[in-house]
Design a protein around this ligand. Structure first.
Ligand SMILES: *Cc1c(COP(=O)(O)O)cnc(C)c1O
Length: 423
């Protein structure tokens, strides 16, 4: 059988596995594969053996991040509708970089971006694209910020960054050869942007965006809001007030693959003035000029550090189209409510102590009497037994327990089951 021949048995096996995964409630937490047998040979293993390897060893050798007791890092919780749209996207060879090739995809993705821009209160000129992740989103936004400053003749060499910014900010500033400074140095020579975080990855705290906006206006600086995790809660009425001031942002990011129920890998990048994103990112070449024959054509490639791209915002758009925005608000509210109930549960247990009141959906707490090694042993044992995936963290040098919630299927009973293992 040659490379492009159909194999109906293989199709049936893979589609059956897709069905089985969709029906798994919850999926097995997953596990670790130390190694997989060598599979790349001149003649090929054949569909049957390769599929067995894929389905029985490779996929199970990874954790299912949407498991309700996956509570480490920032989890993910794709809605079935979004996963189905992604499956369909995979078998369609459709290109999400240009209007000429994928106007339907682009128009749909832009509706989803518009929903986010409206939640933030940005004007009609706002727009952007979906990039691979928050790291790329932050880089793309900060490059646009610097390009805008340099177009005005500024030196633009430094970015003011609030405390507890995500690691990607410092790393992307390194890529840009720009220097991070604290918010207290906002008037230093060469500062062209301020990065605020809404909310922080470790503890879910949201910077005072109105204060950052005032600072940016006073000093004529670009305001970028890194909301990769937390800005999802813009749609949740009980948390919306925490983001007051976001309406002044020149750019923001939010990852639908975190708390907006979309598959990996998907970051929404929105500029207040989409034209500034395009001015910074559009690539020029003879073989691309045809994409610009129509002046009004909106080419997603022009708005980030990418050219070829899958329409990775389409699954997000589809889940929004199927369920409506109220369902998103409700799902985020569910997680916020379970987090608050989890905080009460922690307070009620005398061996535990809450480190801070959750602003969003991160529970940070200590187990009295435990040292760092105890937290590590606890996390390792839960993972090894397939009970839960948790990770300790550190705050001001102290190791503590941390549970991050984004999955509306995570219940208070799930949290209790995890807390019971700390007795
Ligand atoms: C996760 C996260 C990022 C990085 O996003 P990726 O999609 O992992 O690249 C950036 N900022 C914050 C606040 C995050 O939580």
């Amino acid at each position: 059988m040659s490379l492009h021949d159909r194999d109906e048995r293989l199709e049936a096996a893979i589609l059956a596995a897709v069905r089985e995964r969709l029906a798994a409630d919850p999926p097995a937490l997953g596990g670790t594969a130390d190694a997989i047998p060598p599979a790349i040979t001149a003649a090929g293993l054949g569909a049957e053996r390769a599929a067995a390897l894929l389905l029985d060893t490779v996929i199970p050798g990874a954790f299912q991040i949407d498991h309700p007791r996956y509570l480490a890092f920032i989890p993910s919780a794709q809605a079935p509708a979004a996963a189905l749209a992604d499956t369909l996207l995979a078998v369609n060879s459709i290109y999400g970089g240009s209007w000429l090739e994928g106007s339907g995809l682009v128009a749909a993705e832009n509706q989803a971006l518009r929903w986010l821009a409206d939640l933030a209160g940005l004007p009609a000129a706002a727009g952007g694209t979906f990039v691979q992740g928050g790291t790329n989103g932050n880089l793309s936004a900060l490059h646009a910020a610097r390009a805008a400053a340099r177009a005005r003749g500024e030196r633009a060499t430094r970015v003011a960054v609030s405390a507890d910014a995500h690691s990607s900010i410092e790393q992307m500033l390194r890529v840009m050869d720009a220097e991070p400074v604290g918010l207290d140095a906002v008037d230093a020579d060469g500062v062209f942007a301020v990065v605020a975080t809404a909310g922080t990855t470790n503890l879910g705290r949201v910077d005072d965006l109105a204060a950052v906006a005032a600072l940016c206006r006073e000093h004529g600086l670009w305001m970028h809001v890194d909301g990769a995790y937390g800005l999802a809660a813009l749609c949740a009425p009980s948390a919306r007030h925490r983001f007051d001031g976001i309406e002044h942002a020149d750019s923001f990011i939010v990852d639908p693959h975190k708390w907006l129920f979309s598959p990996f890998d998907c970051c929404a990048l929105v500029y207040r003035d989409a034209a500034l994103g395009r001015a910074a990112h559009r690539q020029h070449a003879s073989y691309l000029e045809a994409l610009y024959a129509d002046d009004a054509a909106f080419n997603p490639s022009d708005y980030g550090v990418h050219l070829t791209r899958r329409a990775r915002g389409l699954p997000f758009w589809f889940a929004l189209a199927v369920h409506g925005t109220d369902a998103f608000a409700e799902a985020v509210e569910t997680t916020l409510a379970v987090t608050r109930a989890g905080a009460d549960e922690i307070r009620a247990r005398e061996e535990l102590e809450l480190v801070l009141e959750p602003e969003l959906s991160v529970l940070a707490f200590r187990r009295r009497g435990w040292v760092a090694a105890d937290y590590d042993r606890w996390a390792d044992a839960l993972r090894a037994s397939g009970t839960a995936f948790v990770m300790p963290t550190t705050v001001a040098g102290e190791t503590i327990a941390r549970l991050a919630l984004v999955n509306p299927r995570t219940t208070l009973d799930d949290l209790r089951a995890v807390l019971d293992t700390m007795r």
